[in-house]
Design a protein around this ligand. Structure first.
Ligand code: BGC
Length: 339
């Protein structure tokens, strides 16, 4: 009996010891997020990745970032790889808004939540879409163009047709342009998308439009600053730079310089720090099943009304560079040349 009691005491002591030891080493598992990006070609994407990573780490999680450099097959493999690694959530900037659904369906089977970041993913089940109001971006571009060039031949240089944003920019632009077209005041000479957002595609498109119109283009409504660079190059070949209004988007440093120089008319600034940090908060909230940020809208992706957060873009012209991108620290003033 005594012997048994001693044995019991010993067993209890060992159990307590084990419990204490395992308690001490039982650190909570870090939340792991996979970030599947498209490209780093445009200046903004490095900022998106960096701000997202910093915020996730500040919230106690960790991130692995993979970019597919414009290859949708590679992107799907990278997403499958995140699934194999059993990450807690995957954030995706799809290269192709449609084919990405294949990888998302695999993530659904593995119960890994998906957030579509900046670009919508079509025809599949995603938890959240976080972006800017992209239709509004297009409206800002066309509004500016029609204010300075209310009549004449227009060229529309769109983004990649595989990017849902490019479609939304065009929709927003047409909301503004259609009444002018209907009245016969604006004639859309060329309306095309530029493969993979390549500036060289915009260069070729502008060269064609200039030839077709005998150099009488009233305005070029361009989806982003990268493409605007290509358009302005074609205008420069005909000594038309600064004479034809050109729109843009992203507030890239080279575009802000062109606005100061007078060769680009405007850009649309999207504060990506807020976007990335919002995405980080939502991601951690979704994993912990205690989201603190609620959706503000629903956006249909073909099969689902996806809970969405759409932030507000800001129009930038020569007049408000200082009050917007410089004030926000998005662009370092010392990198710009003022005349
Ligand atoms: C983004 C733009 C970017 C473009 C090309 C779009 O989906 O919203 O900010 O310029 O892709 O990367």
């Amino acid at each position: 009996m005594i012997k048994n009691l001693n044995t019991l005491k010993l067993m209890v002591a060992i159990a307590v010891l084990f419990a204490t030891v395992s308690c001490g080493s039982d650190k909570p598992k870090k939340i792991r997020i996979g970030f599947a990006m498209d490209t780093y070609t445009e200046e903004r994407w490095k900022k998106d990745a960096e701000f997202f990573k910093q915020k996730i780490e500040a919230l106690g999680g960790e991130v692995e970032v993979q970019a597919c450099n414009g290859n949708e097959q590679v992107q799907n493999q990278q997403i499958e790889n995140f699934i194999t690694k059993q990450v807690d959530l995957i954030l995706i900037v799809p290269h192709n808004s449609k084919t990405c659904a294949t990888a998302v369906k695999q993530a659904n089977e593995a119960n890994i939540p998906i957030i579509a970041y900046d670009r919508m993913i079509k025809d599949c089940d995603i938890s959240m879409y976080i972006s800017f109001d992209n239709e509004k971006v297009g409206e800002m571009q066309a509004t500016y163009a029609t204010q300075v060039a209310p009549k004449g031949n227009y060229l529309l240089a769109g983004g990649s047709a595989t990017d849902e944003n490019a479609i939304l920019y065009r929709k927003g632009q047409m909301n503004i342009l259609q009444p002018f077209v209907d009245k016969g005041e604006i004639k859309i000479l060329i309306d095309q998308f530029c493969k993979d957002w390549l500036p060289v595609e915009a260069l070729k498109l502008t060269q064609n439009a200039l030839t077709l119109s005998n150099n009488t283009i009233a305005a070029i409504v361009v989806a982003n600053d990268g493409l605007a660079g290509g358009c302005i190059q074609a205008l420069t070949e005909q000594q038309l730079q600064g004479k034809v209004p050109v729109t843009g988007q992203d507030a890239e440093i080279s575009a802000i310089q062109r606005i100061l120089d007078g060769t680009q008319s405007m850009t649309v600034y999207k504060p990506v720090k807020i976007l990335a940090e919002t995405a980080a908060e939502v991601a951690m909230g979704l994993v912990k099943k205690a989201s603190t940020i609620a959706e503000t809208k629903k956006m249909n992706n073909g099969v689902k009304d996806v809970p969405s957060i759409l932030l507000t873009p800001v129009m930038v012209t020569k007049e408000n560079i200082e009050a917007t991108v410089i004030k926000d620290g998005y662009i370092d003033k010392s990198k710009l040349k003022f005349q």
